[in-house]
Design a protein. Sequence first.
Length: 348
Amino acid sequence: MSERKNGLTYAQAGVDIDAGNALVERIKPAAAATKRAGVASGLGGFGGLFDLKAAGFVDPVLVAATDGVGTKLRIAIDTGNVDGVGVDLVAMCVNDLVCQGAEPLFFLDYFATGKLELDQAARIIEGIARGCSASGCALIGGETAEMPGMYPAGDFDLAGFSVGAMERGTALPAGVAEGDVLLGLASDGVHSNGYSLVRKIVETSGLSWDDDCPWGPGTLGAALLTPTRLYVKAALAAIAAGGVHGFAHITGGGLTENLPRVLPDGLGVTVDLSSWSLPPVFGWLAAQGGMAEAEMLKTFNAGIGMVVVVSEDAVADVTAALEQEGQHVSRIGQVLAGQGVSYQGQLL
């Protein structure tokens, strides 16, 4: 084959295949640490393999979820604090899966950037692996896309995909009835929704990400990058305890929009806003942004990251199971005849 003079290479076009290969080698130990029963292949193939029978399922139904981290990534990029956004990515997917009654089995990620920075990418994917390990979910594959001209220097985007399974006939929500109790599980801050408003409020406050956090230790940026709480193991323990009729992951739309998603026609819920303490981050955001209570409740999780709908006679057992898994549990309301969400008491 004849050689052309001054021929261009892929690297000269801005794509470094060697850097991509180096990233795969660096993250292999983190991915291997997430291995669980059912994993049938490692990283590097054209696809990831998973054996449902080896995972212990007899008559499984698969459940899939996909999500991102939203504009929280902007804070991570601007501060260079990227270690936790991988946990956010996993949490946004697997917390949704357990709401269907499914056990998360495996996870895949999509990481896209203009120019691959090995250390940055590795820190992000190692965070994904930590989130998977904490959820009993295997990281079995993913895609790293280096796309010059698509992203400004230092910028990146993330998407995640998770698949879970449950035995046929065990899907949630199921059996939600008048008189059921709402148990709220505490959040770890803002989680991964509402960050366009968060960023606007910070901008109008005149503070920068490196300034001292107004409500706690550390910097403002670090506080707002607290990763989304993982509820998987607690939710599965609650299901095993019996009496759970549904879960609502409190993401975009807050309590106001997410609670009705688990309710059958003819039923609503009442929520006692005085039954838990509003975390100080939300108090600061409300004060700085002049937010009305209704806006808070349909934009942010307001301190409740997951709600469990449980029969009255199972409240004690389910609460004990949740607390055993490290959750802070509050009895926040009840299912009633009616429609939608009504609030009692005061949040702000």
